[in-house]
Structures are given as C-alpha cells and as structure tokens.
Design a protein around this ligand. Structure first.
Ligand code: SF4
Length: 367
C-alpha cells in the first residue's frame, strides 16, 4: 500500500498493521507523519493540555547480577562504589521529597540477590503508612523476577503480596527492545521478551496499572521495533493495563555496548518514533515525550508529533547520569516549557488523574 494511503487510514481512525507500521518507520516526510500523529493524539486526548507528574527517581541499590551491556549504572557487590540503602534511609529520603511537593517516587534498582523479599514488602508498606503523600511507583519486571527467584514464590504470588502491602502501579522499565534477537545480545540474563510481557500480563490481571517503555538507538532494526510495538499493543488489547508508552534513546557513554554503536540516535529518529507509536498504539491512552532524555527543545517539539504527556520533573536521577547524561529541570520550568509549546500544563498523579491545571497566558491579539 502507498504510504500516503496508510497515513489516510490512520487519519480516518483505522488500525494499521505491522507491515504498514514498518513502512511508516522508513517514511521520509516527518512533518506529514507528525501531522497525522497529532490528529490521532487529539482523538485520544482532545484538550490542549499536556500533563506532567512531580516525581523523583532514586535508586535503592546499584548492585545487580544481570549484566546488561547497555547499562552504566550497575555494580558488582564488592565494587567500592556499590551501595544498598536501608529501608529507614529510603523512608527519610521519601519524606524529604514529600516535603518538597513530590507526589510520585519512581523507584528502581539493580537485581540484588542479597535482598530478601521482605525488604521490598516492608519498603512498600512503610512508604504507604509513613509517607502517604507519595505514590509508590516501584520495581521493574526484572526486579520482580528477582524477587520471585529469591523468595521461591511465583511471579503472581510476588505481585499479590506486593499489592497487599500497597503497590498498585509498576514502571515499564526493563523492556528495552522486546525482540529476542536484540535481548540475546544486550541483556541475555533478562531472558526472552516473554518474561517482561508475562510479568506485565500478571500485573494487569491483578489490577495493577503499568507503563510500557522502549529504549531504541542501539543495535535494533526497524523490524525489531515493530515486534516491540506489536507485542505491547497485543497485550494492551488483552488487558488494558498500560497507561502510557514511553520511548527514549540509548545513552551509550560508560556502557560496554558503547563500542558497538556506530551512530547515535538523532532528534529526527525520536520524533519519528513518537509519531509512529502514537499512530500504531491505538489502544494506549498516552504517549510520553521526554524533556529529560531528549532535551528540552525536542521534548517540546514531540508534543506536536503525537505526545500528550511530558513525563516527570525528575528531582533525582542516577541511571542516565551514570552514562554522563545529565539534564535537570524544576516544576516551574516544566510548566513553562509546556506553555512555550502552546499547551496548558496539568499536574497529574501516577494514574493520570489531573491534580491542578496551569493555564498558559493568552496571546495578545494585534489590532
Ligand atoms: S539495566 Fe537493570 S537489570 Fe540490567 S544491569 Fe542495569 S540495573 Fe541490572
């Protein structure tokens, strides 16, 4: 089919298939792609509003035994800079964050086999009890699989127990590219794509809401990206448990994978991925643009290529920082950036409920 016909199909609200999506990924008229994605975005989220969450992204441990080749963050337990926070240290940190107005803690860590399952349960329980202002958005699928291994419980049992103590959302990290060809090369010990999908499926069936992520710009091909997008779209058809899709580009510095990367991902590619994912993932309520991972200007532009959410304010971040990629902002600046892109800004919670709207100033009319 001609690419223009595929875009018309999407514009008319019809679902496009994998082959058609592949064609869009190599279409060279980015502006036309963006225009259709923007139309689809307003169909899902009809208001001139872009949401954001006031959050922080600390890490409870950097000790990990999974050895992903794209990761600059993890350490072996005997490394001099290996660390694991105690529960009391984390609760103290969360209280300080709450005092600064933070509403979501996105907490991830390495897969540390020395931590018993009770550590995670106690952490969630204490967060809910002692810092009720904070929504715990804790633990990727890799850590949940780690908890299952350390406790001898099934994934389902682990998720049930975490839910009993107060966890009800899970971040989408650990997906990278859900193509077994790629996973075998960059994260062999994480197992096949189905392991990420199976944890997400169980979580959704138990009533958790989660996000889905994708880290691109390394060894993947367009075909691998289609496998990824198709897998999460199918799961979403089944469970409706994903709130948002969050793509970001690989940051190679200090990672073992760095030497195998010939070219870095470009802003063009990021906007293309945002637009194509908005068109293809017709069952995802939100697509998240990132001022953090792609830069503030590109984050703003992505809001016109299909994204309707600007992610978090990210008070603390260590994973990208380990790859020498540091970008900082504040709540005020995030609001300003959204206004600057032409939208009202709305602070949301982890579940995308609107907490407060910050209207942009009306543009003065010339007479
Ligand atoms: S990405 Fe996560 S699982 Fe992989 S090595 Fe880094 S910390 Fe460990």
């Amino acid at each position: 089919m001609d690419t223009k016909d595929i875009l018309r199909k999407a514009f008319d609200g019809e679902r496009i298939n994998e082959q058609e999506c592949l064609q869009l990924l190599s279409y060279n008229d980015l502006l036309e792609l963006g225009e259709v994605a923007n139309e689809v975005r307003f169909r899902h989220n009809p208001y001139e509003v872009v949401t954001f969450v006031v959050d922080s992204n600390p890490n409870y441990t950097n000790v990990c035994n999974v050895d992903c080749t794209f990761c600059a963050f993890y350490r072996k337990k005997d490394d001099p800079d290996a660390y694991t926070y105690s529960i009391d240290e984390l609760i103290k940190k969360f209280k300080e964050s709450a005092n600064r107005g933070i509403t979501t803690i996105l907490l991830q860590g390495g897969v540390n086999p020395d931590l018993p399952f009770e550590y995670y349960l106690e952490l969630v329980e204490k967060t809910r009890k002692e810092v009720p202002e904070i929504h715990p958005h804790f633990f990727t699928t890799s850590e949940i699989i780690g908890m299952s291994e350390v406790s001898g419980l099934s994934i389902r049992e682990v998720l049930i127990k975490l839910k009993e103590v107060g966890l009800n959302t899970i971040p989408g990290g650990g997906a990278e590219i859900l193509s077994d060809r790629v996973r075998k090369k960059i994260s062999k010990k994480k197992g096949p794509s189905s392991s990420w999908l199976d944890v997400m499926r169980e979580a959704h069936l138990l009533g958790y809401k989660t996000t889905a992520t994708m880290m691109f710009g390394h060894i993947e091909t367009n075909e691998d990206i289609i496998i990824h997008l198709s897998s999460i779209r199918k799961l979403q058809d089944e469970t409706k448990g994903f709130t948002a899709f969050i793509p970001w580009s690989f940051k190679p510095e200090n990672t073992p994978l760095e030497k195998h990367i010939k070219t870095y991902s470009s802003p063009y590619r990021y906007l293309q991925i945002i637009a194509v994912s908005r068109i293809f993932l017709d069952n995802f309520p939100h697509i998240q643009a990132s001022w953090f991972s792609e830069g503030k200007k590109i984050g703003q532009v992505a809001l016109h290529f299909g994204a309707d959410d600007f992610g978090g304010t990210l008070e603390e971040e260590n994973v990208h920082a380990a790859a020498n990629f540091i970008n900082r902002s504040t709540k005020d600046e995030v609001i300003e950036l959204i206004h600057g892109a032409g939208f009202d800004a709305a602070q949301r919670d982890t579940l995308y409920n609107i907490l407060k709207v910050y209207h942009k100033k009306p543009v003065a009319q010339s007479t």
